[in-house]
Design a protein around this ligand. Sequence first.
Ligand code: FEO
Length: 396
Amino acid sequence: MVTEICEGVYWVGVVDWALRHFHGYELSTPRGSTYNSYLIKDEKTVLVDTVWGPFADEFLANVREVVDPAAIDIVVANHAESDHSGGLPAIMRHCPEATVVVSKRGAESVPGHYHQDWNFKVVGTGDKINIGQHELVFVEAPMLHWPDSMFTYLAGKNLLMPNDAFGQHYATDKRFNDEVDQHELYEEALRYYANILTPFSEMVIKKIDEVLALGLPVDMIAPSHGVIWRDDPLQIVEKYKEWAAQKGEQRAVILYDTMWQGTRLMAEAVGAGLAAEGVPYKIFYAPVAERNQVLTEIFRAKAVVVGSPTVNRGYISTLGTYMEDLRGLGFKNKVGAAFGSYGWSGEAVKIIEEHLERCKITVAAPGVRAKWQPTADDLAACAELGREVARAVKGA
Ligand code: FEO
């Protein structure tokens, strides 16, 4: 349902209640998502972002509730990823002469997706476009989260439209942050940050400082996914600064796979050691765990302890995706450790430790290996490993 979010500015996006995976199957979205698009009626009619292509008809119908799409003068494409630009071809068929505003890198990525000779206008930080009573102000936001990403600010309404930044994959019938369950909202905002924005945390801090230094008053932050922050909108900015610092909580994640339960027994013994030192932990069994939940928990925690049996002279393949995630997400300020049972050669623990170090996760204590099923001594060694990790967490 179209919503006037402030006088003359309309949410014309769509809610994707059914979405459970995003970026193909790279990211899970257990609460669906929304693709937010904002229509501004002034002397000029402006559309800021569109929606994912499969929803183009529904989107056009929403636009038509407010204006004839042929009347659109300016379309701002803050970011080329298809969940925001997918509706561009449908809109542009109605207003082919409209100006399509893009960032410098958007001048590569938007045409690169659609191969259309639209009337592009390239803008940079501080550039403005007068649309009548109001002005659009643009702020480049490279790597939040693509090189082309850009924020659009509507001066006079104090409305910041930062595209993916501050978003949440959160389908709801409500449009504003004060209308929804706060636990759900923050769970999704954190999942979004941890899984998408973690690698760019240093840039998040710099960009937030840069935007705040512009001194632009902000009454509302309207991202391209999820709800609009109108109640204390800077609360999510503060939260992003906190998350970007990646200080981590005094808690641990134990992630393991097992073939005949030996490594599972070791995982539980490591947990007992953590608990003995007062550090809470969660254990995830890799083959059935929900990957993005695990990564979110690793983001929150100061420690990640990985357990694997040795298979084919390495760690078990179900852990491979997590090993790649630890590399790619580039978590900061974490300690780690490894453990695992083995039958013959037993390389997995050493390989995991080497990988943790390559990921700049400090190995807190030498790993524990158990030949065949773990003995009582092996489990005691795992508990001691948990205690050492806990002490590193508390000292870190
Ligand atoms: Fe980077 Fe919501 O797409």
